[in-house]
Design a protein around this ligand. Structure first.
Ligand SMILES: Cc1cc2nc3c(=O)[nH]c(=O)nc-3n(C[C@H](O)[C@H](O)[C@H](O)COP(=O)(O)O)c2cc1C
Length: 231
């Protein structure tokens, strides 16, 4: 009898340990998805990421691309205020043979406009009041838009989200039938919800999760990522 009780207690202990292990593992993957933001540039708001057309795929990977969903022409559309995202965009275009489209605000940002340490600067005012974010772009629809199957969308992170000229770009274009791959550069924040917020703003397209590069991104970093995508 003693032996049976001892066996039952051991089994209970083993079951409890297994349950703890599972809880620890899911907490760790949730925390690895969170992102840091620089002290001087607070991160933006979070949002949920649903998973149909116009939303970020829940399990984005290179497989959708490799399965032939997007075997045609590739476009890299990007906004870059100070040149870091442009470096990544050009490296992607070189590695994939893509065309480039520069998302240009009708009223470009000067260095003074970009000074987020000054609460009266243009970006600070636009951050505080979304209605001030001028949606106008110099050109909205890239030439030959319908012929692109895969579109990389590049942007700097501003206060934890995509710099807003990119939101104007995605809201104004129809991504139906296209695979969309966001990429960003930042001082320290992660990709966060920036891609899924853009997917929501677009409302169409098969959006993959994409990636974040450091501001000091190199062509080698980009090539390694493109290699993983299997384009
Ligand atoms: C208005 C503004 C807000 C920023 N907010 C963040 C931020 O929240 N997190 C972060 O890591 N970097 C932030 N940065 C830094 C930029 O994301 C980073 O320097 C980026 O690489 C710039 O890309 P670009 O040269 O293509 O414009 C911010 C920069 C600016 C101008």
């Amino acid at each position: 009898m003693k032996r049976i009780i001892s066996l039952a207690v051991s089994a209970l202990i083993l079951l409890s340990l297994a349950a703890c292990g599972r809880a620890a593992s899911s907490a760790s993957s949730a925390s690895s998805a969170s992102s840091a933001a620089p002290a001087s540039a607070p991160a933006g708001s979070a949002s949920e990421a649903p998973g149909s057309d116009g939303q970020t795929s829940s399990a984005p990977s290179a497989s959708a691309v490799q399965d032939g969903e997007s075997s045609g022409r590739v476009l890299v559309a990007y906004f870059s205020a100070t040149g870091h995202t442009e470096t990544a965009a050009q490296a992607i275009a070189q590695a994939t043979g893509a065309d480039l489209f520069v998302i240009t605000p009708a009223q470009p940002y000067t260095a003074e406009d970009l000074n987020y340490s000054d609460e009266t600067s243009r970006v600070s005012r636009e951050y505080a009041d979304e209605s001030l974010r001028d949606a106008a772009l110099a050109e909205t629809v890239p030439e030959g838009w319908d012929s692109y199957d895969t579109v990389f969308i590049g942007y700097p992170i501003w206060w934890g989200v995509a710099a807003w000229p990119v939101s104007s770009f995605v809201a104004a274009n129809d991504f139906t039938g296209k695979t969309v791959i966001p990429f960003c550069t930042s001082a320290s924040s992660g990709l966060g919800d920036s891609g899924s917020l853009l997917a929501q703003a677009a409302g169409t397209g098969n959006w993959l999760e994409g990636t974040r590069f450091s501001s000091s991104v190199s062509a080698e970093d980009v090539q390694a990522w493109i290699g993983e995508l299997g384009l």
